[in-house]
Design a binder for this molecule. Structure first.
Ligand SMILES: Nc1ncnc2c1ncn2[C@@H]1O[C@H](COP(=O)(O)OP(=O)(O)OP(=O)(O)O)[C@@H](O)[C@H]1O
Ligand SMILES: [Mg+2]
Length: 379
């Protein structure tokens, strides 16, 4: 019967209820869009119906879209949200944020979140979540999985929080087989099936990251509080503006935040010419979590970092449409000097150029912090 219904009309989405020891694979092979175990929680049932609806919508004839100039360029024709975590520099917490955000969303909407490790060469999501995947990213962009959302879902790795995961390939060499087009196609298909698609990326703006940004609805821009990181963030914002890659929503997040650091939040905001939306404090809990392969939001601690990560998940869930934050247009300043061979005085003048954009209400504080930075950081 399932096969008959599924074949009759692609707009019919069949959800099969199986016993706890029943075979999900048989149901899916016969054409079911989803499978629910008898006695499932209402949340799980709701999520399955949601996915079935979205999946059926995939087959609806195209309806006229709003003119492209009225739609954010990062928004594809999808229904799920695509949340991409980027940073110009490595080691600033992208994977920490991406895994925790994805787990936090999965805890709230079971079975409705998927995390994609787009740090294709050196991704460590599998390790951060203590997963041993059977399939990897390259498997999801070829063969049947490339065409058919249900085939794709059968090769996702499931985490014990109900999060689905696509892990980066085991070997960096396999990265060569994945193109930007593959990434776009994969994310669009995932967003037709899942409420939230979270994307972890490699540092900088690789071909793969740019392809993800093309589909992104929610951008999380991450930096540490260090001068090179903040300046990199400014350049990244400029570049995204030049490329017209404006996500519907954007969060600027500062990790390893320290209240008495060399740079203050006001200095950072002055440099990047944008507000900082959230600060994540430095915490030993992060290291313990990565060593144990248990994300902070899963272990449910009460330390300040876990609280802030939870707040980030809350912000993502409650931020609605219509609050688009355009990325400021690029401006070339002295801070755009090439990095190589930069002298002490060049960096000092770059820092001074940045203070020119400090908010008028706090010029002295901003200037004095930058001066301290020059003395202490530029050696
Ligand atoms: N707020 C924090 N406090 C303390 N340690 C942290 C914090 N955030 C991240 N870390 C630690 O910093 C290291 C780098 O973090 P993470 O792997 O998330 O960065 P990344 O930006 O993904 O790095 P890469 O660019 O190499 O992929 C990890 O060991 C992580 O546990
Ligand atoms: Mg990482």
């Amino acid at each position: 019967m399932v096969a008959g219904l599924a074949a009759a009309d692609p707009l019919i989405s069949v959800i099969v209820v199986i016993d706890a020891d029943g075979s999900a694979l048989d149901a899916i092979r016969s054409g079911a869009r989803d499978v629910v175990v008898r006695g499932a929680e209402p949340d799980e049932l709701r999520a399955a119906i949601d996915r079935a609806l979205r999946s059926a919508r995939h087959f609806l004839p195209a309806v006229p879209q709003a003119p492209t100039d009225q739609r954010p360029s990062g928004l594809g024709s999808t229904t799920g949200r695509i949340i991409t975590v980027v940073s110009p520099k490595g080691g600033v917490g992208k994977t920490t944020v991406a895994t925790n955000v994805a787990v936090g969303l999965a805890q709230r909407f079971s079975g409705a979140s998927v995390l994609v490790d787009l740090d294709i060469q050196f991704g460590d999501v599998a390790s951060a979540l203590d997963l041993e995947p059977e399939y990897y990213l390259p498997d999801t962009v070829q063969g049947q999985a490339r065409q058919d959302p249900m085939a794709l879902k059968t090769i996702l790795t499931e985490h014990n929080t109900g999060l689905y995961v696509i892990c980066a390939p085991d070997s960096p060499i396999d990265a060569d087989s994945i193109s930007g087009d593959d990434v776009g196609q994969l994310l669009r298909m995932l967003a037709s099936e899942f409420r939230y698609v979270v994307v972890d990326t490699a540092p900088g703006l690789s071909e793969h990251t740019l392809a993800a940004l093309d589909e992104t609805t929610d951008l999380i821009l991450l930096s540490s509080m260090e001068v090179p990181g903040v300046r990199g963030l400014r350049k990244e914002l400029d570049t995204l503006g030049q490329l017209n890659l404006r996500a519907e929503r954007r969060q600027v997040v500062i990790n390893f935040a320290e209240p008495h650091g060399l740079l203050g939040i006001a200095d950072i905001e002055a440099t990047i010419k944008a507000p900082v939306d959230l600060q994540l404090p430095r915490s030993k809990a992060a290291t313990d979590s990565v060593n144990q392969g248990v994300p902070l939001l899963q272990s449910g601690g009460r330390d300040p970092l876990t609280k802030q990560l939870r707040a980030l998940v809350g912000k993502l869930m409650t931020t609605g449409d219509g609050d688009s934050l355009p990325i400021p247009p690029a401006e070339i300043t002295n801070s755009e000097q090439p990095r190589a061979g930069r002298s002490r005085s060049t960096r000092a003048s770059a820092a001074e150029a940045s203070t020119a954009h400090a908010p008028k209400v706090r010029p002295r504080r901003a200037a004095s912090r930058w001066s301290r930075t020059r003395k202490l950081v530029v050696k």
